[in-house]
Design a protein around this ligand. Structure first.
Ligand SMILES: Nc1ncnc2c1ncn2[C@@H]1O[C@H](COP(=O)(O)OP(=O)(O)OP(=O)(O)O)[C@@H](O)[C@H]1O
Ligand SMILES: [Mg+2]
Length: 263
């Protein structure tokens, strides 16, 4: 069991606010190395804000966030820097630089961490390009010359640039056709298999939810209401969870998955 290891992410009693608006309260979340975790919940429930708190971009008003065993809001700035080099991020918007080529985009984090790999940025970036299944010919292209699916792969290659142990992805399959989304899911599974990377994926994609995560974290009422394998989550009686899965599209899935007991 993964639970034998110490957590890679350990959030306790998190509280975040925008002015008077309380986004999180009493939020607890534990993730173990090698897990694939999906984060779901209604739009506006605070998924991206949670990600920002984990990434040290937003200071919580209470609680603690531990990553790799470091309490990130209380450790030294040197330790913070070490932590930052151990994760990779793919933001909701993708956020590639349109004036840079694909290769230059992937090289950015490597150059920022230049003291780590002096002179090898190009080679490392090319390896990451191949790792996410892009052809070498894509290296010299600009983002505007690529399809949506390819852009996601470039963003993923950039997230992989510094060989992270943990990758955060905010809605990686948003805007992709079903086939490209399925291919991205496969790619994420193979990254975990080959590199043992821990993945935290924010998603609304039901296919993804049934395919890749070990556990699905359901956010509601400003906190984590459940963190369970999908098969168990859909059976949770909590009204918010039932409401989330009771719309037509989600329902078709739960029916198939549970052998029609939901109909
Ligand atoms: N920079 C900000 N300033 C003020 N309020 C914000 C800011 N960012 C987010 N919020 C508010 O915090 C709440 C949580 O937003 P968040 O972006 O975390 O939701 P989300 O779960 O990621 O939603 P979605 O599924 O639509 O991406 C929302 O009510 C939002 O309006
Ligand atoms: Mg969001």
């Amino acid at each position: 069991m993964m639970q034998d290891k110490s957590p890679i992410i350990d959030v306790k009693g998190l509280e975040t606010r925008f002015g008077k608006q309380l986004v999180h309260q009493h939020l607890d979340l534990t993730v173990y190395p090698g897990e694939i975790i999906a984060i779901i919940g209604e739009s506006g429930c605070g998924k991206t804000t949670l990600l920002r708190a984990l990434l040290m971009l937003m200071k919580p008003t209470a609680g603690s966030v531990e990553l790799f065993g470091y309490d990130v809001w209380r450790c030294s700035s040197k330790e913070k820097e070490l932590v930052r080099h151990r994760w990779g991020v793919m933001f909701q918007s993708g956020a590639l630089f349109s004036s840079l080529t694909v290769l230059q985009n992937i090289m950015l984090p490597i150059e920022e961490g230049a003291q780590l790999y002096p002179g090898f940025g190009r080679e490392i970036a090319l390896v990451k390009l191949l790792m996410v299944g892009l052809p070498l010919s894509a290296a010299s292209k600009y983002p505007s010359e690529l399809s949506g699916g390819m852009l996601k792969r470039v963003a993923l290659a950039r997230a992989l640039a510094l060989d992270p142990e943990l990758i955060f992805l905010d809605e990686p399959s948003a805007g992709l056709d079903p086939r490209s989304a399925a291919e991205l899911d496969k790619l994420l599974l193979s990254l975990r298999e080959q590199l043992g990377i821990t993945l935290m994926v924010i998603t609304h994609d039901l296919d993804t939810l049934w395919t890749i995560p070990d556990r699905v974290v359901f956010m509601g009422d400003q906190r984590v209401l459940a963190a369970l394998p999908m098969e168990q989550l859909v059976l949770e009686p909590h009204p918010s969870i039932q409401a989330y899965f009771s719309n037509g599209r989600a329902k078709r899935y739960t029916r198939t998955a549970k052998g029609d007991i939901n109909g």
